[in-house]
Design a protein around this ligand. Sequence first.
Ligand code: GLU
Length: 461
Amino acid sequence: MSNRPIITRFAPSPTGMLHVGGARTAIFSYLLARRHNGKFILRIEDTDVERSKKEFESEILDSMKWLGLDWDADPIYQSQRFDVYRSYIQKMLKAGTAYKCWATPEELAAMREKATAHGKKPMYDRRYRNFTGTEPSGSFVVRFKTPLDGETILKDLVKGDICFQNQEIDDFIILRSDNTPTYNFTVVIDDYEMKISHVIRGDDHVNNTPKQILMMQALGFDLPEFAHVPMILGPDKAKLSKRHGAVAVSQYREQGYLPTAMLNALLRLGWSHGDQEFFSKDQMISLFDLSGCGKSPSVFDVAKLDHLNNQHMKAMDREELVNLLRNNYGTDLSTLLNGDASIKLFDALVERAVRLTDFKDLSAWYFEESFVRDQKTIDSNVSACPAAALEALKVQWQGCADFTGENAFACIKTVATEQALKIPVIAKAVRVLLTGTLASPDMGIVLAALGKDRAVERLSI
Ligand code: GLU
């Protein structure tokens, strides 16, 4: 690594929502900058006026904020920098590293046809490269004067060295006929002016990089480091897309995932630190390095995200989790934080919840007397238990002076012995009567949290 200050950037085009793939590049860029006390810049690449939309831009910014990827200084908008780009174009025209081209669409089509007929890659035939005559009237584009021979080596921090033959690279367009600069050009100017030390992006940009390197060299710019990270795949190993399900970060937010779990899951897609799976945000910052990035594409696995979400919920401060659930998901569990028995129940619910949206259903039996019961489960389990046993249990519980989870459960055992029944026969019936399901937390926890009166009452339902 050179000793330049670390400055990274995330450069989304606001032509769609923030996709998990984009978020992962943003995370890598953010972590590298934070790890080295550097800067993380957000640059909105909105030069495509037709496709760029304000609503996508706010969605991207919101998702970044939600993920906690705070950027330094105000976002930079490429659409406000056209003059800067055009001044560099003028410089290149003057220096002869770029030239105007008046080839018409028909001429270009004929070139393509000719190349294809000869089994060659369609390329512009460079007819205006050395043009010296009087400039024709009519619209023109500006093209980069790509060196005709030699090679350009991309020293990629993830992929290793990749060599490109310059003769394979077209004299590509840097300014369109409508006077707007192209992506490959704006990115070079911005990465230079913003003193970007590390360009981290998806490997779908690998083929753009030699063009960018050549322009940087032509302009006398120092090269940044490049790190191209492999694509994210769906479970069928095809590039992750909408048909695999949710791809936008905001969709995961709505589904009840924690931002830290999302960061953790996306970080682990393509980066590793030994076999550690769980990372707090502080650990991510202190451990991230580009040498931990893998070369091969990774599969986005929702089961892993689920697991991590549960782990991150468990790692959270209880109050913080309660506030988040109340403020963002309308589930108020605050009363559970009063008293040991209900705190135990709270922890048992966290143990079972996968998403933040699960708490509502998981805790309904505790908060509402008229919670939705699974009638089939009730019928089959309650009918398996003689009514007399439940009556006897009611008497036992009523007489129980110290209704702890342990004591209340001991009553179930006593009744089972007295009535010559197996403990699970009564325990299951009790469980479904009290909680509506067999998937509730440990009976001791349930009984202690509900307390004597509510438990007794529910036996009569
Ligand atoms: N706007 C480009 C994109 O969204 C950025 C590529 C880059 O990071 O250079 O793919």
